[in-house]
Ligand binder design. Structure first.
Ligand SMILES: [Zn+2]
Length: 417
């Protein structure tokens, strides 16, 4: 009865085109088994994964620490409805905050054991079983069912909290790996290496457990489907994804891969072999659990490594991005809070900075000339000049960051502030 999610996410990858999509599906009505796409994002290969790392890295720690506090409030009493209601309200708030961080999170709370067990708890509490065949349900039965399901809710919360805490480590380890293996702006000394060679270095020198000792089947639970991309189509949810082991992801053990080949990797042969087998397929993964998020991350990481995709921090916002068209793109395609693209935003800031520096230089020349003029008559003018320079430099830094306005900045430099 409760084994179909209200919402689930579908991740689609077309690595031949270097594109990926994330779709969120919602049940069209509670009784229907059909779903409609309510959200769809289209990015360069790997961008959802990078966004997930960037945003979760900041947002997850305070949410997990709040969850820990809610956990302490959890009571065994399965009959105290008021308390239970308040607790479940807190948990829903936590899910909502996580959902706002990234669409991956948003897809994973509808089939989770916490809410599923809670639905069963309510099923007995509100005597919903009366709608079905309830002839043999005694009050004692109902009581023990409620106790059982509330106990299951508490256990699931404990388990989920642990999983979220593990995510904190997972995200930081993924971020390290991404920077080391894929970010060519951070390690110019590795610029001649293929991403696979860098991944080998990473595994052999820094994190020997990274993506190793895990069989591909247990990491990747992927299904290969037709690339029907019409978001208006109605689809059915099925949780038996056929396991697909793609040749592209069997390279997850970079250490073994490179160690085995005694000479340097012959990429032309590799390219030729891929060329022969490359049929354009869209791989999709339906995501409903927290575990699915790790799968998407590991899968995407291995795709980026196999495809030698170079990521870099955006020149404007500093967040990692995967290039959409050209390898040497400098700005990401994120839209900033002022609804400007990073390219426009950077350009505007640049003009602003130029203006500030011009004003600073003029004022500096004026102050310096004043000091030279007065140095004989007024011995304190040297000291005054040094003080002014200190103040003006500080004001310049503040104005660049937008901490003070241009007007305030001018006043300080003109000794009016
Ligand atoms: Zn940016």
């Amino acid at each position: 009865m409760f084994n179909e999610p209200v919402i689930f996410g579908r991740f689609l990858v077309n690595s031949t085109q270097g594109r990926e999509y994330f779709e969120i599906y919602k049940k069209i009505s509670p009784d229907s088994n059909q779903y409609k796409c309510i959200e769809r994002t289209h990015t360069a290969l790997g961008q959802h994964f990078l966004d997930f790392l960037e945003y979760s890295d900041e947002a997850l720690p305070p949410i997990v620490s709040h969850y820990n506090k809610v956990f302490k409030y959890l009571d065994k009493d399965y009959l105290d409805q008021k308390k239970i209601h308040t607790t479940m309200g807190f948990i829903h708030d936590i899910y909502n905050s996580l959902s706002a961080v990234h669409p991956f999170w948003k897809s994973t709370f509808y089939l989770n054991p916490v809410l599923s067990n809670y639905k069963w708890y309510e099923f007995y509490y509100f005597r919903e079983y009366m709608n079905y065949d309830a002839s043999d349900m005694t009050e004692a039965d109902r009581d023990s069912k409620m106790q059982h399901y509330w106990d299951q809710v508490r256990r699931s919360i404990m388990h989920e909290l642990k999983e979220l805490e593990e995510f904190l480590n997972f995200i930081s380890s993924m971020r390290n790996a991404v920077t080391f293996c894929l970010d060519y702006s951070s390690f110019p000394e590795f610029s001649k290496l293929h991403t696979q060679q860098r991944a080998y270095l990473y595994q052999s020198h820094f994190d020997s457990n990274f993506m190793r000792n895990q069989t591909i089947q247990s990491i990747f639970n992927l299904s290969d489907r037709a690339s029907a991309m019409d978001p208006d189509r109605l689809i059915s949810f099925s949780d038996n994804n056929e396991v697909m082991v793609s040749s592209i992801i069997s390279n997850a053990n970079y250490y073994e891969l490179i160690k085995k080949s005694k000479t340097a990797l012959d990429f032309s042969a590799l390219a030729a072999s891929v060329e022969k087998t490359s049929i354009e397929t869209t791989t999709n993964l339906d995501i409903t659990t927290l575990e699915d998020i790790s799968t998407i991350c590991l899968y995407t990481f291995s795709l980026l490594v196999s495809n030698n995709v170079h990521v870099r921090p955006c020149k404007n916002c500093g967040r990692l991005f995967s290039p959409y068209n050209r390898k040497d793109e400098l700005y990401c395609s994120r839209i900033q809070a002022n609804s400007k693209t990073c390219r426009e935003d950077y350009y505007d800031k640049q003009i602003h900075t130029d203006e500030l520096i011009r004003y600073y230089r003029t004022a500096y020349k004026r102050e310096n000339a004043r000091k030279q003029r007065n140095i004989v008559n007024k011995p304190s003018s040297e000291k005054e000049f040094i003080q002014w320079t200190k103040k003006a430099k500080k004001a310049l830094e503040k104005a660049k960051k937008g901490d003070i306005s241009f007007e305030e900045f001018k006043k300080i430099l003109d000794r009016e502030g």
